[in-house]
Write a protein that binds this ligand. Structure first.
Ligand SMILES: O=CC(=O)O
Length: 328
């Protein structure tokens, strides 16, 4: 019997380097015949008919009309990661192509980064490390104090799967939990972690010691936190962003941090990424910035690849799709 040909999976590359971790290539190869972007571009005529799925690792490669037009049998674009703001969902859907993402794989690692940023900011961990390694410092000054998160109020904006994981962790830290969700109240989650729903985001902003952003970036959440929202926060409060940089108006944030409107910020995401070296946010002392490492763990990246494979197979076999992203 002739060996059944595996479906072709086009891997989008970043800057000429394969965007998928080497270890995961093996996993993908078990299920698909892999075609890199370079290979595809060199053999477009021969390969375009064979490709049914595209795999995207991280949020950089562009899927445009030209690419979509060159893949007549494309059925699915599998995004490895949860955020799909880099994809034009309406355009892709107009080609009859489905988009999938990996919300389950990323939720623990991203919630961990949110907690890590909150604790690092509250306890001045980065400054502490600098003091410890500085040849000038023998001991830290007696008035060099951080804040405890125990008993503090955490406001979670966006109670999706990552927001809920943050809430569970915050409960273990004995924090008071408020949340705001633009779409719907989550009563089950509320009860499980003892969170209080704030119908108006303003209430959450006014009452929280830490505000964490866990919303998707959409046209509605672009610059969701601006001057007005920052001014509603307590001057002792910290803003943490683990969603997408563009959810926060960076100019307003610089102003708020410079003028003591809020106490501090801790960002895993910025706009753009990375920030230009002369960006004013990089000059401030009351900020911690990490380079979008929410899902950068061995476990999450492996699960993202596995979740993407499951999604692709479901689409190709006409089965229910575990994580389909529907254009709004
Ligand atoms: O940023 C990470 C993701 O979108 O999963």
């Amino acid at each position: 019997m002739a060996k059944q040909e595996q479906p072709g999976l086009l891997i989008l590359e970043i800057g000429g380097v394969c965007g998928v971790l080497e270890g995961h290539v093996e996993l993908l190869k078990k299920h698909f015949h892999l075609i890199t972007m370079n290979e595809f571009l060199k053999n477009k005529e021969r390969l375009s008919e064979k490709i049914k799925s595209v795999f995207i690792y991280a949020d950089r490669p562009v899927v445009d009309r030209e690419l979509l037009q060159s893949l007549p049998h494309l059925k699915v674009i599998a995004n490895s990661g949860v955020g799909v703001n880099h994809l034009d969902l309406k355009l892709i859907s107009s080609f009859g192509v489905k988009v999938t993402n990996t919300p389950h794989a990323v939720s623990d690692s991203t919630a961990d980064i949110g907690m890590a940023l909150m604790l690092a900011s509250a306890r001045r961990l980065v400054e502490g490390c600098q003091i410890a390694v500085s040849p000038q410092t023998e001991r830290f000054a007696a008035d060099w104090l951080g804040d405890e998160v125990t008993g503090a109020t955490l406001g979670i904006i966006g109670m999706g799967s990552i927001g809920y994981k943050v809430a569970k962790r915050a409960k273990a830290f004995e924090m008071k939990i408020l949340y705001h969700n633009r779409n719907q109240r989550k009563e089950e989650e509320e009860q499980a972690v003892g969170a209080r729903y704030c119908e108006k985001m303003e209430d959450l902003l006014q009452q929280s010691d830490f505000v964490i952003l866990v919303v998707n970036l959409t046209p509605q959440t672009h610059k969701f936190i601006g001057k007005r929202e920052l001014e509603l926060m307590k001057p002792t409060a910290t803003l943490i962003n683990i969603s997408r940089g563009a959810v926060v108006d960076h100019d307003a944030l610089v102003e708020a941090l410079q003028n003591g409107i809020i106490k501090a910020a801790a960002l895993d995401v910025t706009y753009p990424e990375p920030l230009p070296r002369d960006h004013p946010l990089l000059k401030l002392k009351n900020i911690i910035i990490t380079p979008h490492i929410g899902t950068a763990t061995v476990q999450a990246t492996r699960m993202m690849t596995e979740e993407a494979v499951t999604n692709i197979q479901a689409v190709l076999n006409g089965l229910p799709i575990p994580s389909e992203v529907i254009p709004q």
